[in-house]
Design a protein around this ligand. Structure first.
Ligand SMILES: N[C@@H](CCC(=O)N[C@@H](CS)C(=O)NCC(=O)O)C(=O)O
Length: 216
């Protein structure tokens, strides 16, 4: 069976849950928590030397990491990955936007607000990330005025990539209702077959970090 390493608070991990749900692939989940620094634990670094979740162990024991690469791996032979080169480039364009502009603003802002309240980030950092987050949400909202899905007329893995941290924008202090096209798109994404909303666990079994890495 597939084994997903990661926790439900991670939007990057959720992308993997989305694609495995769409493909109706059962998986177990090993709970690897960022707030306990588990992605940097030596045992986990043997799974992913990059020290990040998600990581996915395939049936043959090979490990896949990077949420975008995992989305591609499971979508390549489905309509979520288009045939035409130009359409493929469009999907990648939005996936790179997610990794370089969207996630680094929204996910980091949410993390600072939600998971490090005891060590508040400097106001200037919060203000900068808030401004960047609003900008990327404006970009998406404008895009979705013209098209139902982010990369074109049909859903693709670009929608999967952008869904989690957009949905979690509320937790970053940005009420998503302010962006009506995005709100409608989030709803459409959640109606796609097999797609679970954020925080919903699709694993058929959950294994604690200590139990998996230090069984006694
Ligand atoms: N580009 C990576 C980013 C993964 C990532 O940033 N994961 C976070 C959790 S959402 C993490 O594991 N952070 C642990 C750390 O940086 O120590 C992907 O898309 O998979």
């Amino acid at each position: 069976m597939l084994t997903l390493f990661g926790n439900l608070h991670s939007g990057n991990v959720h992308k993997v849950q989305m694609i495995l749900g769409t493909r109706r692939l059962p998986f177990r989940r090993v709970d690897v928590r960022q707030d306990r620094d588990e992605p940097r634990h030596p045992a986990f670094l043997r799974i992913n030397p990059m020290g990040k979740v998600p990581a996915l162990a395939l049936e043959n024991g090979e490990i896949l990491t990077e949420s975008g690469a995992i989305l591609f791996y499971f979508a390549r032979d489905t309509p979520l990955w288009p045939h035409h080169l130009r359409c493929q480039a469009e999907v990648l364009r939005w996936m790179f936007f997610e990794q370089y502009s969207h996630e680094p603003a929204l996910a980091v802002l949410r993390y600072l607000k939600l998971f490090s309240p005891s060590a508040p980030a400097p106001e200037a950092r919060i203000a900068e990330l808030t401004q960047k987050s609003q900008f990327v949400l404006d970009v998406m909202n404008t895009r979705l005025e013209a098209l139902p899905w982010i990369a074109g007329p049909v859903p693709t893995i670009a929608d999967y990539a952008l869904y989690p941290y957009t949905k979690l924008a509320n937790e970053a202090g940005l009420p998503i209702a302010y962006w009506p096209r995005i709100s409608a798109w989030l709803w459409r994404v959640e109606q796609l077959p097999g797609v679970a909303p954020v925080y919903q666990d699709r694993a058929i079994e959950v294994v604690a970090f200590a139990e998996y890495f230090d069984p006694r």
